[in-house]
Design a protein around this ligand. Structure first.
Ligand code: CA
Length: 230
């Protein structure tokens, strides 16, 4: 199910740009143009994550953060604050007030998305979600153990992260660029072809013994894992 993000941003051009990028990454975006609207919307919609601009007219970001944390239904919602360069004090205050992470403007859409995903993963309720399963493949997220049809599969760290990324969103096609971001991380220089190399290794490990290939190559788009529902 698509995760819902509440974006609190007063500058229309910024809001539009961020919304575009988040939607492209598969999120549902709700936009609040000011702090008051943000608090009301958060209470109504209980979003999965709040992206909070720190410099807002009237009700400032810090107050929005405080009010969300004071609300019993919202005290656990992950909050990422967006701050201007150099506002070190704001960042410290933001974290003190209960923000989970921050991004300093200007930041890249890639970085934004990967921070959001990391935070959503960490926030997944009470660690109940420590197993991922797709067809006959299972990942134990706590022990990093991967099995297929009950048999243990040995994967390198990169192959593990690739498989995990696919299994978190079965059926979804990830471009090479997107995979680079999610698996290798922001700001690491790796060629697109590297993705293909690791996909090949992942396939080889998963398909050992002539098992059916579950990773789908989508021409000129990227890769996906097939959960059999498409
Ligand atoms: Ca602003």
């Amino acid at each position: 199910m698509a995760q819902r993000i509440l974006l609190v941003e007063d500058e229309p051009a910024q809001a539009e740009m961020i919304t575009y990028n988040l939607e492209k990454a598969g999120f549902i975006v709700m936009h609040a143009p000011d702090g008051q609207a943000a608090i009301e919307m958060a209470r109504m919609e209980s979003p999965d994550l709040v992206l909070l601009d720190w410099m807002l007219p009237e009700v400032a970001g810090i107050d929005v953060c405080r009010q969300l944390r004071a609300d019993r239904d919202l005290q656990e919602v992950p909050i990422i604050m967006l701050t201007a360069r150099g506002d070190e004090d704001d960042r410290v205050r933001g974290i003190d007030t209960g923000a989970d992470d921050y991004l300093v403007k200007p930041y890249s859409p890639r970085e934004l998305i990967s921070r959001i995903k990391a935070l959503l993963r960490r926030a997944s309720p009470g660690g109940v979600d420590d197993k991922l399963a797709c067809l006959d493949i299972e990942i134990d997220l706590a022990s990093h153990k991967v099995t297929r049809g009950g048999a243990l599969i040995h994967l390198g760290p990169t192959e593990f992260k690739l498989l995990r990324t696919f299994m978190e969103r079965p059926g979804r096609v990830f471009s090479r660029e997107h995979l680079l971001d999610l698996v290798w991380g922001h700001g690491v220089y790796v060629e697109d072809r590297t993705v293909d190399v690791h996909i090949r290794r992942l396939r080889k490990a998963l398909n050992e013994g002539g098992k059916k290939d579950v990773i789908r190559t989508v021409r000129s788009a990227g890769y996906a894992i097939d959960d059999g529902s498409v």
